[in-house]
Design a protein around this ligand. Structure first.
Ligand SMILES: NC(=O)c1ccc[n+]([C@@H]2O[C@H](COP(=O)([O-])OP(=O)(O)OC[C@H]3O[C@@H](n4cnc5c(N)ncnc54)[C@H](OP(=O)(O)O)[C@@H]3O)[C@@H](O)[C@H]2O)c1
Length: 336
């Protein structure tokens, strides 16, 4: 099969399209004929090997352990492993190829890929394959931070900083689906489509500092994390929660060695004293249930990724270069 191959850490220029053996599913895996696979900032992290700590965390010390990048796909089930019970050949699916939250290559940028059964869901008929490929990782991150860490409740007042990005835009839609009022912060030219979805108000981060907007929120979901704790507290209700996702802006954040990890661990330690920070919880939510949550919302027409550009697999270098300009207005997707 044709696949994108990364033989060393470097840049988009180090990616090749080459012949690779078609993967064989393990007992708990499903082989999927890939129709679309999405790019996201973590693909950039593993292609560049930055921050360096990811090489110690499973990605591969000297070179990527799995040479085929990509973690998010949509396609048609081709074959199933001996212990798989929920899917059969011919099913249209969307899924995340990696297990847990890892900074590793997942093999999705190929004509065929294996996905653990727990990371798959049936594709909602209302989503195209291209839209469906944008849902898994971004949706899982949005749900983890919003619903589990942020303890989202129906009717909460929510602010999403970085609301037009891959994770933020799904978080906005999840909060709206819960009947929350949502204020969306991002660059003005990206926010129009979120207004159409029903956000209460938008704030252009280039023109206004949201921490001085004079309002009070039960939950601030902060993707870029560009404000200090004391600044965000200005807009938190007394029991309000501030959850940071973190973003290195394709190396512009200059966190080359440990990435955003020191700040995250610092905030986790502070959470013992500060009730505006989420309590550290190392138990990950059940992935099957999370994938079903995403499928259910999308099937109900409440969750739809916003796609900017689609590139053929052979143009993976251009696709990654485009993503890292930070100018995409929506997701960037590859089609084999
Ligand atoms: N999307 C995924 O599937 C995925 C997968 C794995 C991990 N993640 C992680 O999740 C995080 C977020 O990813 P993402 O896909 O949502 O990123 P993204 O699509 O790049 O979105 C980030 C958004 O935040 C905006 N932003 C930047 N600076 C801002 C500021 N100062 N104030 C307000 N908004 C600002 C950006 O606008 P500008 O372009 O104007 O800067 C952009 O719209 C990253 O750390 C990423 O590694 C995401």
């Amino acid at each position: 099969m044709l696949a994108v191959v990364q033989s060393r850490y470097g840049s988009a220029a180090d990616l090749e399209v080459a012949e690779r053996p078609r993967p064989v599913p393990a007992a708990d895996e499903v082989l999927v004929k890939v129709a679309a696979a999405s790019l996201h900032p973590d693909v950039w992290h593993v292609v560049t090997g930055l921050p360096w700590v990811l090489r110690l965390m499973g990605a591969g010390l000297r070179r990527p352990r799995n040479p085929v990048p990509g973690t998010d796909l949509a396609g048609i089930v081709e074959a199933v492993g001996s212990r798989v019970t929920r899917f059969k050949p011919g099913d249209p699916v969307l899924g995340e190829t990696i297990r847990g939250m890892q900074w590793v290559n997942g093999g999705a940028f190929a004509e065929w890929a294996c996905v653990p059964e727990s990371g798959l869901a049936l594709k909602p008929p209302g989503l195209t394959m291209i839209e469906a490929a944008c849902l898994p990782t971004a949706g899982l991150i949005a749900s983890l931070n919003l619903r589990h860490m942020g303890r989202l409740k129906p009717g909460s007042r929510v602010l999403v900083n970085g609301a037009a990005g891959g994770v933020g835009s799904l978080a906005v839609q999840m909060a709206l689906a819960e009947g929350c009022s949502v204020v969306a912060v991002d660059a003005a030219d990206r926010l129009e489509w979120l207004r159409d979805l029903g956000v209460q108000r938008t704030i252009d981060y280039r023109a206004q500092d949201f921490t001085r907007c004079g309002e009070s929120f039960d939950l601030v979901l902060d993707v870029p994390g560009n404000h200090a704790r004391r600044e965000v507290k200005r807009v938190l209700a007394p029991r309000g929660i501030w959850v940071i996702v973190g973003h290195d802006h394709f190396g512009r954040g200059m966190h080359k060695v440990l990435g955003v990890l020191p700040r995250m661990f610092g905030l986790m330690a502070l959470a013992v004293l500060d009730h505006n920070l989420p309590r550290p919880d190392f138990k990950m939510p059940d992935k099957v249930a999370e994938m079903e949550y995403l499928r259910g919302l999308a099937e109900a027409g409440r969750l739809r990724p916003h796609v900017d550009r689609v590139f053929p697999l052979a143009e993976v270098r251009q696709a990654l270069s485009y993503l890292q300009t930070g100018t995409a207005n929506g997701r960037v997707v590859l089609t084999p």
